[in-house]
Design a protein around this ligand. Structure first.
Ligand SMILES: Cc1cc2nc3c(=O)[nH]c(=O)nc-3n(C[C@H](O)[C@H](O)[C@H](O)COP(=O)(O)OP(=O)(O)OC[C@H]3O[C@@H](n4cnc5c(N)ncnc54)[C@H](O)[C@@H]3O)c2cc1C
Length: 493
């Protein structure tokens, strides 16, 4: 068994000779932002950071690392928050895609654009918009996360309801396999039934099977009318009824439906009292929804949407509500959604989860999980909110005031939440993936056949286990399942 650091200096020297000193950072003082993720919860200093500029450079760099059995961790905007993009061992080489950030082309008739993996999501969205099109993936981290990261985590966000997740927005892909071979099929075909759809290997697999270097993304017509409403109700069950009603009546025009519970508003106010306009009108209610409707053509939506909301009032599904009267009004509603995330971050150590349950179970799930968390840690604050369209609910937990032992409670709280999720046939990771953080909890829940198949695919594509080792599952002597992996890959985890 070779020592994991054997030959590392030679590997870095060979990478430097190929990529130049600009393309390789090997001094810890130059690695600041590559070491720490968005939350600051994950930190790890890699042996080096490589920054290729072209797919051919990615390919050559991977070949060098593979030949020398050096471990590679692809890194995008570092907003994944499950430790997937951070070096967890000092012998790992971070491969940053940030220098591959070009938009290669945009076809307004074919409604597609070819974007490199390191392009920040917001930049891609802005470019599409300037070209009269719309790229619908929208999430709180869009100013930092990158297209490659979005693909590797199959990101969702607020518009999933209407446009689906990243998987449904990728038409073509360019990627590099762990042995350096390039997979390139950037054709903008809407339909192509020729054999295995290999691009799926790279979508949602968290960099374990290859490095995404570019993608052909599906575009839509730019929305012409966008109407936003804030609606409050007596309880979450009514908000869910409201969701059913609006989805039934508005169909595809309903593009976002974000559920929030009262602590979300309190947190937003901690950072900006300017959003109190909404707070004052709705503060007595126990459940809130930020709802967006959009349409790319046809008549003005506002009169119809106002009528729909009024009908919801008549049916008792809504008790307070405001249809935004201007773009800035609508912006303020969305600002509350963003601020409450920032406010949790500012509070310091807290538990973040991104679970999902069937949409029809959202209301009983939140009731049960809140109760269970309060039992596990009395006095804690449960901040529940999420994208109703994909059943993706964040059940975050803030510590009781002046409580110093929160770190020691994280495991018990996670177990409590996951147990309730299991009871509703849900998923312990709906957004961020498994990475390293959720690996053990994932291993407990996945069926043996499913796990074995995943490992079989990993071993056949990356037999030396050089790419994102230990992400999603372990392959090695400490593997949760089966000694057969020892034969395939004797490297220790
Ligand atoms: C405030 C906030 C809000 C968020 N909201 C949402 C949301 O609504 N919906 C949602 O789904 N997620 C959400 N997320 C999670 C996160 O933004 C997404 O998972 C995002 O897609 C990660 O992209 P990234 O570029 O930051 O990837 P990183 O964090 O850098 O990497 C994530 C994983 O992908 C791998 N990877 C990165 N780039 C590549 C590549 N080019 N090739 C191969 N592997 C690669 C990494 O190794 C890692 O395993 C949110 C995060 C934050 C901080």
């Amino acid at each position: 068994m070779s020592n994991p650091t054997d030959g590392l200096a030679e590997t870095i020297a060979e990478l430097e000779a190929y990529l130049g000193t600009e393309g390789v950072l090997s001094r810890p003082q130059d690695m600041g932002r590559y070491r720490r993720d968005w939350s600051g919860d994950y930190e790890g200093t890699p042996a080096a950071v490589i920054r290729p500029r072209h797919v051919s450079e990615v390919s050559e760099a991977i070949k060098i690392c593979n030949r020398r059995e050096a471990e590679i961790v692809p890194q995008g905007g570092h907003t994944g928050l499950v430790g997937g993009a951070t070096a967890d061992r000092a012998n790992q080489i971070v491969l940053s895609l940030e220098k591959m950030d070009r938009i290669r082309s945009l076809d307004p008739l074919g409604m597609s654009m070819v974007v490199e993996a390191g392009c920040v999501l917001q930049t891609a969205k802005d470019y599409a918009e300037r070209s009269g099109c719309f790229f619908p993936l929208s999430l709180g981290a869009q100013g930092s996360c990158q297209i490659g990261g979005n693909i590797s985590t199959n990101a969702g966000g607020v518009n999933v309801l209407r446009y689906g997740m990243m998987r449904s927005l990728v038409l073509g892909l360019e990627a590099v396999f762990p042995d350096g071979r390039i997979y390139s099929d950037l054709r903008a075909l809407r339909k192509n039934n020729t054999g295995l759809d290999l691009k799926q290997l790279f979508i949602g697999t968290e960099g374990t099977l290859g490095i995404v270097t570019a993608a052909t993304l599906k575009l839509y017509s730019k929305p012409r009318w966008v109407e936003t409403a804030w609606v409050s109700a007596d309880n979450i069950a009514d908000i869910m009824q409201l969701f059913g009603y609006l989805r039934g009546e508005a169909g595809d025009f309903l593009s976002a439906f974000e559920l929030m519970t009262p602590p979300c508003l309190d947190l937003a106010l901690e950072l900006d009292s300017g959003v109190s306009l909404v707070r004052n009108e709705v503060k007595h209610f126990a459940a809130h929804a930020l709802v967006e409707f959009s349409s790319s053509g046809g008549p003005d939506l506002k009169p119809w949407i106002t009528e729909l909301i009024a009908n919801a009032f008549e049916q008792g599904l809504a008790k307070a509500g405001i249809v935004a009267q201007s773009a800035s009004h609508s912006k303020m509603f969305w600002r509350i959604r963003e601020l409450m995330v920032e406010a949790q971050q500012k509070r310091g150590l807290h538990l973040r989860t991104d679970v999902s349950v069937p949409i029809s179970s959202i209301s009983p799930f939140i009731a049960k999980v809140t109760q269970a968390v309060e039992k596990t840690l009395p006095g804690s604050l449960v901040v529940a909110y999420g994208h109703v369209g994909d059943g993706n609910i964040h059940v975050n937990v803030l510590p009781p005031e002046d409580f110093n032992g929160f770190q020691g409670k994280l495991g018990a709280l996670t177990a409590t939440i996951n147990e309730v999720v299991d009871g509703f046939d849900g998923s312990i990771s709906a957004e961020h993936g498994i990475g390293i953080t959720k690996r053990e909890e994932f291993a407990k829940r996945i069926g043996e056949t499913h796990l074995d198949m995943m490992k079989m695919i990993k071993r056949s594509i990356d037999p030396k286990n050089v790419l994102s080792p230990g992400r999603i599952f372990r392959i090695g002597p400490n593997s949760a399942r089966g000694p057969q992996s020892v034969e395939m890959d004797p490297r220790p985890e």
